[in-house]
Design a binder for this molecule. Structure first.
Ligand SMILES: *[C@@H]1O[C@H](CO)[C@@H](O)[C@H](O)[C@H]1NC(C)=O
Ligand SMILES: *[C@@H]1O[C@H](CO)[C@@H](O)[C@H](O)[C@H]1NC(C)=O
Ligand SMILES: *[C@@H]1O[C@H](CO)[C@@H](O)[C@H](O)[C@H]1NC(C)=O
Ligand SMILES: *[C@@H]1O[C@H](CO)[C@@H](O)[C@H](O)[C@H]1NC(C)=O
Ligand SMILES: *[C@@H]1O[C@H](CO)[C@@H](O)[C@H](O)[C@H]1NC(C)=O
Ligand SMILES: *[C@@H]1O[C@H](CO)[C@@H](O)[C@H](O)[C@H]1NC(C)=O
Length: 484
């Protein structure tokens, strides 16, 4: 009996051995896929490149709203670790207080009461007679910023809203910056000109006009500021002007160049007018939807790199073309064409969210919103842009969550893909984890949340303020005007 039962057991043992072995094979082959080492194992289309014909920099006012948020909405807030607790303010109980204490704020900001034509009027907002600012206590009544590509340069809008909110009782926001009504109490004086929107909407000169609407506003602004004692006091050094679109403030930037600019990069500025010493780099508002931190598809997914952006570009965009020709024939590289106007943003978002690496190649300016789309998608950015300046880099070490490649290396045959394939899974996972932890720093929202983009910009300005003051004080050493 026992002999017979032994015999019947044996084949089933063999069978389960076989099953276990094949499961092992399956797992190990998919693991080696993830390892990204052996290109022969990578199936076709594994590197997916999404190309969008047209881009950010071109003024495309009023593009059809593709996939972007309309106006101020509460984006979800994500838990993330503050990368450097000493430098990034993190006192939740202070942040949550309804009323901010003026003496405790990092930054006291005076907001010029410029007429609405400089700010919310550009959004079509009309207040009642003599009303300069919209009532920001109710989110539904706040004028919304146009969607589409305009939105990526909307820094001006979020900062202004946040200042207005600092005097509005029922809005809970961080207390980094607070609006003061007396300019002599202020650390910085904020010039609420929506310069990027003005550029996007009114840079074309109409037949009957002497100059474009954008240009006329800038000239008016220069005249206004030069007439103010506040400006003359320090020659504008304590003034803050947001000019995020690379072509905004084109007429006035030289005359007002002593101020502190909030910019996307220095690509179209001379070093004298804009530089890291006095100016602040702010992120673009990303176009793709934010991926919730605990719902990132990457963990199961894979070896995909995505590049989203125009290939046929002017000026600095040459490298995109070179890379395109270099990569298009790679047998595991697949290109997808899309357009921002149609479903491009949505598609790009999907592609990025399921990709390991996202390429950010210099276009006609060193920066682009692609980087911030990648961060929001938790796709490890591969930055190929030698002149790029990065937001908050004094507190964030981008090398912990990005791969930097010099342009001269990127265009070497085989270099880029070999580099990316050589990145081990553990290393990638580490960068991805970090990416999730810092992605909240790049979210613009109203009301602002602790350490989000708006709050981080205020914190950065408050750190710059010190060096601005240092410069002013040094200049005062031998100035005798104090005795007069
Ligand atoms: C892209 O921009 C070029 C001009 O720069 C224009 O001729 C072309 O029609 C645009 N394409 C799309 C898809 O918008
Ligand atoms: C608006 O301001 C002007 C000048 O200060 C004043 O004459 C006018 O009465 C004001 N109108 C309203 C509705 O407050
Ligand atoms: C703003 O709106 C809220 C309600 O939406 C109202 O209670 C408040 O008085 C308004 N503030 C001003 C200055 O009109
Ligand atoms: C503004 O503050 C300065 C200095 O604290 C003070 O001398 C001045 O009277 C204030 N102005 C107003 C209008 O309150
Ligand atoms: C993008 O440009 C290519 C070549 O110029 C063209 O064939 C394609 O139709 C364009 N795609 C879109 C979405 O405009
Ligand atoms: C990210 O933050 C989580 C908790 O918020 C923490 O457990 C994790 O170690 C952090 N990862 C990195 C790479 O800092």
């Amino acid at each position: 009996m026992s002999w017979i039962s032994e015999k019947s057991i044996l084949p089933s043992k063999l069978l389960s051995c076989l099953i276990a072995f094949s499961i092992f094979l399956l797992i190990s082959s998919s693991l080696s896929l993830l390892e990204f080492n052996d290109s022969s194992l990578i199936p076709k289309s594994v590197l997916q490149f999404i190309l969008v014909n047209n881009t950010s920099i071109n003024p495309i006012p009023n593009v059809k709203e593709a996939d972007t948020q309309k106006g101020p909405v509460n984006s979800p807030v994500f838990p993330y670790e503050t990368p450097n607790p000493e430098k990034i303010i993190d006192e939740p109980e202070k942040h949550r207080k309804r009323q901010c204490d003026k003496s405790q704020a990092l930054l006291r900001v005076y907001l010029y009461d410029l007429p609405p034509e400089f700010h919310f009027g550009l959004l079509g907002w009309k207040g009642s007679a003599n009303q300069t600012w919209p009532n920001v206590s109710d989110q539904k009544t706040i004028p919304s910023y146009p969607g589409g590509l305009n939105l990526q340069h909307s820094t001006e809008y979020w900062l202004t809203l946040d200042l207005l909110a600092s005097n509005t009782e029922n809005v809970v926001r961080p207390c980094s910056a607070i609006r003061v009504m007396n300019s002599s109490e202020a650390d910085v004086l904020f010039v609420p000109f929506f310069s990027s929107l003005s550029y996007n909407r009114h840079s074309k000169r109409h037949e009957k006009q002497k100059a474009s609407g954008d240009r006329m506003l800038q000239e008016k602004l220069v005249e206004f500021l030069f007439g103010r004692t506040e400006w003359r006091r320090l020659g504008g050094k304590d003034h803050l002007i947001v000019a995020h679109h690379p072509n905004s403030m084109l007429t006035a930037r030289k005359k007002l160049g002593s101020c502190m600019f909030v910019l996307s990069d220095f690509g179209r500025y001379s070093a004298k007018i804009a530089n890291l010493k006095k100016d602040v780099i702010a992120p673009y508002k990303h176009m793709v939807r934010t991926i919730p931190v605990d719902n990132s598809p990457h963990s199961m997914n894979a070896n995909i790199g995505v590049f989203q952006g125009a290939i046929y570009r002017k000026d600095g965009g040459v490298i995109r073309q070179e890379l395109y020709y270099l990569l298009k024939d790679e047998k595991d590289v697949h290109f997808t064409f899309g357009s921002v106007q149609s479903n491009g943003v949505k598609e790009a978002g999907k592609g990025m969210a399921s990709s390991k690496f996202c390429l950010n190649i210099a276009g006609d300016t060193p920066s682009s919103n692609r980087l911030f789309d990648a961060i929001a998608s938790h796709c490890v950015p591969v930055i190929i842009s030698d002149e790029i300046e990065l937001p908050f880099e004094d507190v964030l070490d981008y090398s912990e969550f990005s791969v930097f490649v010099r342009s001269e290396d990127a265009v070497k045959k085989g270099y880029l893909l070999n580099l990316l394939r050589g990145i081990k899974r553990e290393k990638w996972t580490k960068m991805w984890e970090k990416l999730k932890n810092i992605s909240g720093h790049f979210e613009y929202q109203y009301p602002s949340q602790p350490n989000d983009a708006v709050d981080m910009i205020w914190q950065t300005i408050s750190r710059k303020k010190t060096s601005t003051l240092l410069n002013v004080h040094r200049k005062n050493r031998y100035s005798r005007s104090q005795f007069q």
